[in-house]
Write a protein that binds this ligand. Structure first.
Ligand code: APR
Ligand code: PHB
Length: 388
């Protein structure tokens, strides 16, 4: 087989990249390890920066999100179980954000890929990348029991945090930046009406977050010890802990119900530099991971492939400058979101080894945020997404 861009991974990064390339008349083949249903069943992020909304709309992928997406002009922050702050995005940052589940983004991307004849090969195993420092790289993989070879001009590594494309860059030229957090997030889905706004809570017992997927599907999280398992958390224990960590006015507004999904995710910050090597270009979780606190993972995948698709288009039109600068361009935005996600995670969580001083100092950070329009503006413009 032959194509112009071979894409490894059909998550948000890989599947959106294939569609953006098609908009530029560039041919690609996406090679995905899992089945389509497996990818669609993953419960992941739920927030789109306005920049992401605009990228999806510009690519003709905004029809459903413009109907089912829930635009939010603010989020609430709570601390000490009774203090509360609402940060007004429109007034402070000039744009809102949108609650729209990654599952729906993925459904929309796969529907468009099918409608437009984009080639996605599911169930591919033994994927390997060859000759990325030549001008004719190629990929090998097994699909339907057959060994396959895909010749291409470029390779896009969109295979997430457990992918292989990152390993094709020699460690002699890479730098890894990493921080693991000493706690996890226990998340549930419940078929109950969500709060009218997103609510982030710092509590001395730990972080809590109230979010949504649709008017009858709520998404809630509580910080939990890393060694906890889902079995340690009955629905009753979850609801009791969540309501304890929220201000009473908010807790009283929560409609509880049976969980239809319950999972624990660890929190990690990770950046690999550079994000390119020869004719291999990394995008999304393949190159960086953020703790979910700032809801940046999906949005960084989208901005990476926006830059990468523009760089490939320029290269095929005779100008290789954007492609040569891709890693630098993408990392500028990646580090902005990585820093914000780290800062917000430290601000809102209870660290096991912290002293009462750290907890009280964090609460003072929130008091300062509540009293400073400058601080709220800084928070707002980073939360809704800095301009590309
Ligand atoms: N060969 C082929 N496909 C692979 C391989 C491999 N060796 N390894 C991983 N994959 C696939 C995975 O099955 C997955 O579908 O690559 C895809 C990577 O998708 P994501 O992990 O969703 O990463 P990305 O597309 O960058 O999107 C980032 O998704 O994981 C969330 O929180 C993250 O919201 C963020 C977004
Ligand atoms: C979610 O809805 O899953 C969500 C929302 C906001 C976050 C993280 C996760 O910061």
């Amino acid at each position: 087989m032959r194509t112009q861009v071979a894409i490894i991974g059909a998550g948000p990064a890989g599947s959106l990249l294939s569609l953006l390339l098609k908009r530029h008349g560039i041919d690609s083949v996406v090679i995905e390890r899992q089945t389509k249903d497996y990818v669609l069943e993953r419960i992941r992020a739920g927030i789109l920066e306005w920049t992401s909304v605009e990228i999806l709309r510009a690519a003709g992928l905004g029809q459903r999100l413009d109907v089912e997406g829930h635009v939010h002009n603010s989020v609430k922050l709570a601390w000490r179980a009774e203090e509360m702050l609402s940060v007004d995005f429109e007034r402070l940052a000039g744009k809102p954000m949108m609650a729209y589940g990654q599952t729906k983004v993925q459904q929309d991307l796969y529907a468009a890929a099918e409608a437009e004849g984009v080639s996605i090969i599911y169930g591919a195993t033994d994927v390997d990348i060859h000759d990325v420092t030549s001008d004719r790289p190629w990929i090998t993989f097994t699909a339907n029991g057959e060994s396959e070879r895909l010749d291409c001009d470029y390779v896009a590594g969109c295979d997430g945090q457990h992918g292989i494309s990152r390993t094709a860059i020699p460690t002699s030229i890479t730098t890894e930046y990493e921080r693991a957090y000493p706690f996890g997030w226990l998340g549930i889905l419940s078929e109950t009406p969500p709060l009218p706004h997103l609510l982030y809570a710092n509590h001395e017992r730990g972080f809590a977050l109230c979010s949504e997927r649709n008017p009858m599907l709520s998404r809630y999280y509580v910080q939990c010890p890393l060694d906890d398992s889902v079995e340690d958390w009955s629905d009753d224990r979850f609801w009791s802990e969540l309501l304890t960590r929220l201000p009473k006015s908010e807790a009283d507004a929560i409609v509880t119900g049976p969980s239809i999904e319950k999972s624990i995710a660890p929190l990690r910050s990770y950046v690999l530099e550079p994000m390119q090597y020869g004719r291999l270009f990394l995008a999304g979780d393949a190159a960086h991971i953020v703790p979910p606190t700032g809801a940046k993972g999906l949005n960084l995948a989208i901005s990476d492939v926006h830059y990468l698709s523009e760089a490939f288009a320029a290269a095929y039109n005779g100008s290789a400058n954007k492609l040569a600068a891709y890693s630098t361009t993408a990392l500028a935005r990646v580090w902005g979101s990585v820093r914000f996600s780290w800062w917000l995670t430290v601000l809102l969580h209870r660290f096991p080894d912290q002293s009462p001083f750290e907890q009280r100092a964090r609460e003072e950070d929130l008091n300062y945020l509540a009293g400073s329009e400058a601080a709220q503006t800084s928070f707002a413009e980073q939360y809704v997404g800095l301009n590309l």
